[in-house]
Ligand binder design. Structure first.
Ligand SMILES: Cc1cc2nc3c(=O)[nH]c(=O)nc-3n(C[C@H](O)[C@H](O)[C@H](O)COP(=O)(O)OP(=O)(O)OC[C@H]3O[C@@H](n4cnc5c(N)ncnc54)[C@H](O)[C@@H]3O)c2cc1C
Length: 278
């Protein structure tokens, strides 16, 4: 898409009734480099895309996060309450949510397509590709339970119960809607945690929908995020020492010659050595 503003108003479907819509954004890759360069008064000097991309990568790699705060995204999100309870833990967001006191809620519920089994080696996790044998029958029961709660919710309101009390038995599978605004620095933190395989699949799908917009609006920052956060990792002291020993050995052999030929590998290696030697 030529014009980035064309992404505003676009929506990505998530789960059975949810979505992530880009309401608006402020700033882009250019804003990040301008903000970074203002610190050394070289703002007016024309830079190439390649130079800007390198600077953004450098900033994220070295934890210079404040230029990323100059970019802000606002999303309209519809998600089940159990997902929103995880999302809301990311406190550096500004949120406006539909009020169950003002409005009669739609009583729309998330019904899983599959029922993943409980992981044995991680108390928090499920087995991504292993489903309960009689999942269809159980999913049917879950949906029946939701129907009953929805019918009762409507009835309580008909019977004169206030909306704020009629809602109290609605389950955490109920969909809610809200505006969610966050700067790119915190969004990078959020996506790093919630697109990770350790996050629950349902919130991961929302995080990936958010990533889709971030990649389009700030492609260089997104690439740096993939490089250093999503597919990158921090090393412990012990890991650094071990890796340093291993590299020292192998570099003295034929690999050293191979590495020396490839510019990208040389650069990655130099950065890795810098990382593990500091
Ligand atoms: C896989 C996974 C499992 C989790 N399991 C649990 C769980 O079992 N139970 C549970 O309670 N939580 C759980 N969490 C939530 C987790 O502990 C964090 O609360 C959540 O990831 C938000 O991270 P954050 O604080 O960095 O983000 P934000 O709240 O967005 O904050 C961003 C950054 O701002 C700073 N900051 C913000 N607010 C404050 C503050 N009040 N004081 C100091 N610094 C602040 C911090 O530097 C912080 O890193 C889990 C998260 C993940 C990803």
């Amino acid at each position: 898409m030529e014009n980035l503003k064309d992404y505003v108003g676009m929506s990505r479907p998530v789960l059975d009734h949810g979505f992530v819509e880009l309401v608006d954004y402020m700033g882009n890759d250019q804003r990040i480099v301008e903000a970074a360069r203002v610190s050394y008064a070289s703002n007016n000097v024309e830079k190439t895309d390649e130079e800007n991309k390198k600077l953004i990568d450098y900033l994220l790699r070295n934890g210079h996060t404040s230029p990323f705060e100059q970019v802000v995204f606002t999303f309209h999100i519809k998600m089940p309450i159990f997902c929103q309870r995880q999302l809301i833990r990311h406190r550096m967001a500004r949120v406006n949510e539909i009020s169950g006191r003002y409005t009669k809620l739609n009583s729309e519920f998330f019904v899983p397509e599959h029922l993943r089994t409980q992981a044995k080696n991680n108390k928090q996790a499920s087995n991504e590709n292993e489903f309960v044998d009689d999942e269809l029958e159980i999913i049917g029961r879950m949906a029946e339970e939701q129907d009953l709660v929805a019918t009762n919710y409507d009835a309580y309101i008909e019977e004169g119960v206030s909306r704020e009390l009629a809602r109290i038995n609605l389950p955490v599978s109920t969909y809610t809607e809200f505006y969610w605004q966050m700067d790119l620095s915190n969004l990078i933190k959020f996506m790093g945690l919630r697109s990770d395989k350790h996050a629950q699949k349902e919130i991961r799908l929302y995080s990936e929908a958010i990533e889709w917009f971030v990649e389009r609006v700030t492609p260089f920052a997104y690439e740096a995020f993939e490089n250093h956060v999503k597919y990158g990792t921090r090393l412990s002291k012990q890991e650094k020492e071990l890796l340093s020993d291993l590299l020292a050995d192998s570099l003295s052999e034929e690999k050293k010659e191979k590495y020396n030929k490839d510019e990208n590998t040389k650069r990655t290696l130099r950065i890795l050595l810098e990382k593990i030697n500091t």
